[in-house]
Design a binder for this molecule. Structure first.
Ligand code: SF4
Length: 259
C-alpha cells in the first residue's frame, strides 16, 4: 500500500502498474526492501521519475524494519521519510480503515462544493477543511468505501465542469444550491518542462543508470544548452539527495549495501 501510494504521488497509473507489480514481487516486505542496495532500488525505479521518492521509500523501509512494526496512525506514518499528509492519510484510511480523508485535487473539489459551497478548495483553510472532511467520513458506516466513493465522484461526476444531473448527492450540495457561483481564475504561467531543474536531474540520473559513471563533460553534453553551466551543480545535488556518489573526477550511482 505504501509503495503504491508513493509511486502514485507523481506518476500516472499506467506507468506505475507494471513497476509496482515487479517491485512487490521482488521486495514483498519492508524488511526485504530494507536489505536491498541503494543502486538496486534506483534501478528498479527507472521510468517513474521524481527519483528522490525511491531513496525515501528505501529509507522508510529501513525505518520500519528497524522498528519491527508498520505504523498505522497518520502522525506516525508522516514521520516516515517521503510520506506526506496525503500519503499518510491514504495508507491509514485504505490499509487500516481509519476515518481520515486523503484529500487530493478531486476530493478537495467535491468536498469544497458539497460541504462548503465553494467551487474549489483553494479559498478554504486547510485545517478546518480536513476537520470537516474527517468528520464527514466518521459519519459513514464504511469510511474506506466512503472515501473511495468521493474519489470516484470527483474523477467521474464532480469534474471541474460538473455533471450535477448525474450526481447522487446533488440534493445536499451547497454549491449547487447556491447556483454554482464561480471563483476568480488565477492564471499561472509555468516554464516548459525542459527548462526545469527536475528535467535536468531526470536526464542526469538516466545517464547514470545507463553508464554507471559520468564525467562533468558527459553530463553537460546530455543536457540542453541552458542547463549545461549547472551540470556539475545538479550532480552535486543528486549526491546530497542520496541519488549519486562522487567518484574521482566524476559521479556514479550509489552502491550502499548496509541494512
Ligand atoms: S451536485 Fe454537482 S457540484 Fe455538487 S457534488 Fe454533485 S456534481 Fe459536484
Amino acid at each position: 500500500m505504501l509503495v503504491a501510494e508513493v509511486m502514485l504521488q507523481q506518476t500516472q497509473v499506467a506507468r506505475v502498474l507494471p513497476a509496482y507489480v515487479a517491485w512487490v514481487a521482488r521486495w514483498p516486505s519492508a524488511q526485504a526492501l530494507a536489505a536491498a542496495s541503494r543502486a538496486e532500488v534506483l534501478r528498479a525505479w527507472a521510468g517513474l521519475g521524481y527519483n528522490r521518492r525511491a531513496v525515501a521509500l528505501h529509507e522508510a523501509a529501513r525505518a520500519i524494519a528497524a522498528a519491527g512494526t508498520f505504523p498505522d496512525q497518520v502522525e506516525a506514518l508522516q514521520r516516515l521519510p517521503g510520506v506526506g499528509p496525503y500519503t499518510a492519510r491514504a495508507v491509514a484510511c485504505f490499509a487500516f480503515g481509519t476515518p481520515v480523508m486523503p484529500v487530493d485535487t478531486n476530493v478537495g473539489r467535491v468536498l469544497a462544493r458539497h460541504i462548503f459551497g465553494h467551487e474549489s478548495a483553494r479559498v478554504l483553510g486547510r485545517r478546518p477543511f480536513l476537520q470537516a472532511a474527517d468528520g464527514w467520513l466518521r459519519s459513514a458506516a464504511e469510511p474506506r468505501e466512503a472515501a473511495l466513493a468521493v474519489m470516484d465522484l470527483g474523477a467521474l461526476v464532480c469534474r471541474p465542469t460538473p455533471h450535477c444531473d448525474l450526481c447522487p448527492v446533488s440534493a445536499h450540495c451547497r454549491w449547487q444550491a447556491a447556483g454554482c457561483p464561480p471563483e476568480p481564475n488565477r492564471a499561472r504561467s509555468e516554464p516548459p518542462f525542459e527548462r526545469t531543474v527536475r528535467y535536468a536531474r531526470g536526464r542526469l540520473l538516466a545517464l547514470l543508470r545507463e553508464r554507471g559513471r559520468v564525467t562533468a563533460e558527459e553530463a553537460s553534453l546530455t543536457l540542453p544548452p541552458w542547463h549545461r553551466p549547472r551540470a556539475s551543480a545538479y550532480l552535486d545535488a543528486l549526491v546530497r539527495d542520496g541519488l549519486a556518489e562522487p567518484d574521482g573526477s566524476g559521479w556514479r550511482l550509489p552502491e550502499l549495501t548496509e541494512g
